[in-house]
Ligand binder design. Structure first.
Ligand SMILES: [Zn+2]
Length: 140
């Protein structure tokens, strides 16, 4: 345990995963919270404009789409089923309501979940955020 803390630079160098994830949720750099995280919709900037943090080492991969699908599916499908049971609207009205809502919710949630995932990786010094003295074999 002591060795693990020393390899992370000691206790004073701890990173808050809650603030890093909340900064990522708002599309901001997990380290400073000022610079933008994305240069496009979900394209990550190579470095933070405000603090210079190298953002290229993140490995969010497929996690943000999975998180988005789970949340959207668990919120929208029960709402659609409840509306069907309670009001039995015509199918065209259901498509007119639920399809745009699902698209909007997914569009908003995907970059937020990717930002939160990058923030979590930064806070836990995962992948490219491990630092120069990290063990290269630990990231396999
Ligand atoms: Zn920054």
């Amino acid at each position: 345990m002591t060795q693990a803390i020393q390899s992370f630079g000691g206790d004073q160098d701890r990173r808050s995963w809650t603030s890093a994830m909340s900064r990522g949720l708002s599309h901001k750099c997990p380290q400073c919270g000022r610079g933008k995280l994305f240069s496009g919709y979900v394209k990550t900037r190579p470095t933070c404009d405000a603090c210079g943090l190298d953002l290229s080492g993140h490995r969010a991969d497929d996690a943000p789409p999975y998180i988005t699908i789970i949340i959207v599916g668990h919120v929208m499908i029960p709402l659609a089923l409840a509306a069907k049971q309670l009001f039995d609207p015509p199918i065209t009205l259901q498509f007119a309501i639920w399809l745009p809502l699902i698209i909007l919710f997914t569009w908003a949630l995907l970059p937020a979940s990717k930002g939160a995932m990058i923030g979590l990786q930064w806070a836990n010094r995962m992948h490219g955020f491990a630092g120069p003295d990290a063990d290269p074999e630990a990231d396999v």
